[in-house]
Design a protein around this ligand. Structure first.
Ligand SMILES: [Ca+2]
Length: 278
């Protein structure tokens, strides 16, 4: 009797330990989303880029990354969540910022980019954006928009914004009014949930929430021309919302910086198309 009790106890322990190793239903749902998107891109014959990790840097695991931009040795990062939102500039290999501006608790920071000498930052559902001096991070102005704010980038003359849908909005930085809308698709299939953005060499790179997939979009017609799967860079132990988000570009060595919400690492990667064997 005593032995059977011990056996049952051991079996129970093994069962509980094995349960902890299974993904939660929500994590399963994220994986399912990712698999569906991957299959859609494969079926649409969109080329998948591979990547090589060039360097790995520390990343502030307290940063709920929403926007990432790199210029002249400085990383600019916008972080979200109510009460924790901020914008920071720091050098690589440092998680301690050189400059930081904290948003008031009623604002949820979102996408951010540099245009000229100004940093533009969106908020999630507050319909207000902030403009900062890029050197001091001092708040200089605000602007408004009607949709949710998700990702933000710039093609040197215009701001390009995502709002969680399949539509990108091009904005005149002088009037801050929309001037063009672009619907994103892969061989005719609409691609929703466009999130963090980066304009690189004439193409728009976008994280697709909540997946680890980055799509490469033509700004001319919204067609997806390529995709990257950075799932292998995602931390093994992470919270449900700790999804891949954050793309910046280093034009000096043609590498991409990628990270995610509360990820401990920031990776510099070089992407390439694998050679096809003929
Ligand atoms: Ca970016």
């Amino acid at each position: 009797m005593k032995k059977s009790c011990i056996a049952i106890f051991i079996l129970l322990c093994i069962f509980i330990i094995s349960l902890k190793n299974y993904a939660t239903p929500e994590q399963g749902l994220i994986q399912q989303n990712e698999n569906i998107l991957k299959q859609l891109l494969i079926d649409a014959h969109i080329p998948q880029y591979q990547y090589q990790i060039i360097h790995t840097y520390p990343h502030d695991r307290n940063s709920f990354t929403e926007g990432l931009f790199f210029q002249n040795g400085y990383m600019y990062e916008s972080s979200g969540l109510y009460g924790q939102s901020k914008i920071r500039m720091y050098t690589l290999n440092n998680t301690k910022p050189q400059k930081e501006y904290r948003l008031e608790h009623q604002y949820f920071g979102e996408g951010m980019t540099l245009l000229g000498d100004a940093l533009y930052q969106l908020t999630y559902r507050e319909h207000i954006g902030f403009i900062y001096d890029k050197n001091t991070l001092q708040l200089q102005n605000t602007f408004s928009y009607s949709t949710e704010g998700w990702g933000l980038t710039s093609n040197d003359g215009q701001l390009i914004m995502s709002n969680g849908s399949a539509i990108l909005t091009f904005i005149d930085p002088h009037s801050m009014k929309p001037i063009r809308y672009l619907s994103v698709n892969a061989a005719g299939r609409t691609i929703h949930s466009l999130n963090e953005l980066e304009y690189i060499n004439g193409m728009i790179y976008a994280n697709i929430w909540p997946t680890s997939i980055i799509v490469i979009i033509s700004p001319e017609n919204g067609n997806v021309r390529g995709w990257i799967d950075i799932h292998a860079l995602k931390p093994k132990v992470s919270c449900l919302e700790c999804v891949a988000n954050g793309i910046a570009y280093n034009k000096d060595d043609n590498t991409l910086f990628v990270t995610g919400k509360n990820w401990p690492l920031l990776s510099a990667i070089k992407i390439y198309l694998p050679q096809r064997l003929s």
